[in-house]
Design a protein. Structure first.
Length: 334
């Protein structure tokens, strides 16, 4: 087992807690549906960040177990909803909740998750602070999802989306979207760990900045892997197939292209159906730019800045583990 796998094992400490609370007051027939998302697996990075952040500022890991479970359940709650919105069929190698049980039951499972998150938080120390943070975080995730949908160039029939979709996405707006959709929860994972340890204001601020920057880098690498991650086991260019303009690689490529190539790529994204031939052509257009290196450089710079943000934390095993997680985010291939 390598170092990162050991960190993931730390995150998995919350699994029995999540299962316990999901089963609580659930009808026997509903239990397999609400457990499906958790049992499908996942890396538990956010839970690990909460637990390790707590230790990094002098707390005990056991004091952060319930908050970490609430954080991880919030992430999985967002994935259930995301799969409904994007009509996702497969996640983590398994059928999504909506694919296995249908959209209606997936919506009900999502609602059940939200109430279960509140249930866990009620049993946490510092429950008021944690509840306020989770509420704010979920609102940000929802707004990030709204932006992400409006950045799509085709594929939806909803009148509001058609009338309000963005035909042009400036990098500043892209970063606003990923900050809300991805970085906010990763930042909150670190903050909740600090709250669980009753950390000082300065330590909390350091962990907050660390979480925010690795969260942005996490999404940049996700975008990168969509276009270049041939070892992920996923189809290359899934974001192109789903008409998404909100991908940093695509945006950097468009910045560099002449008007002809830019128009051809945008026309593909705006096609009702992106055929394999169109996908291959779009990928060739992107490969002809420096978008790959630009994206990687931005991600590595964010990780370097994140590590500097916690440089003044007291040296410890937990601090080193946070740095290992940061490094994994830009080196991962899945």
């Amino acid at each position: 087992m390598n170092n990162f796998e050991k960190l993931i094992e730390i995150g998995r400490k919350v699994d029995p807690i999540m299962i316990h609370y999901l089963e609580k007051n659930a009808d026997e027939a509903f239990i397999p549906i609400v457990k499906h998302q958790i049992l499908a697996g996942g890396k538990r990075i956010r839970a690990a960040l909460t637990l390790i952040s707590c230790e990094a500022v002098g707390g005990k890991m056991e004091d952060a177990l319930l908050p970490a479970a609430a954080i991880e359940l919030t992430h999985n709650y967002s994935l259930i909803i995301d799969d409904i919105i994007d009509r996702g069929e497969i996640r983590r190698g398994f059928q999504t909740v909506r694919a296995k049980y249908g959209d209606v039951l997936a919506i009900l499972a999502g609602i059940f998750y939200r109430e279960t998150i509140a249930d866990i938080i009620n049993d946490c120390q510092n429950s008021k602070k944690i509840n306020e943070l989770i509420i704010e975080t979920i609102k940000e995730i929802i707004d990030g999802e709204r932006f992400d949908v409006l950045f799509e160039q085709a594929g939806r029939l909803d009148r509001y989306i058609i009338e309000h979709r963005y035909k042009h996405v400036p990098l500043e707006l892209y970063y606003k979207m990923i900050g809300k959709k991805t970085a906010t929860l990763i930042k909150s994972s670190c903050i909740v760990g600090a709250i669980s340890a009753n950390a000082s204001k300065s330590d909390l601020e350091m962990l907050s900045e660390f979480g925010w920057k690795i969260g942005l880098a996490f999404q940049l690498i996700d975008d990168f892997l969509d276009i270049y991650g041939e070892e992920t086991g996923k189809q290359r260019g899934k974001d192109i197939i789903e008409h998404k303009l909100g991908n940093i690689v695509i945006l950097h490529a468009i910045e560099e292209m002449d008007n002809k190539n830019k128009e051809e790529l945008l026309n593909i994204l705006r096609s009702e159906v992106v055929s394999n031939e169109k996908l291959r052509f779009a990928l060739r257009l992107i490969d002809g730019t420096n978008a790959k290196n630009k994206t990687l450089n931005e991600a590595y710079n964010l990780i370097d800045s994140a590590k500097k943000a916690i440089s003044k934390l007291k040296d410890s095993k937990a601090k080193n583990q946070l740095i290992e997680i940061a490094d994994f985010i830009v080196k991962r291939v899945y």
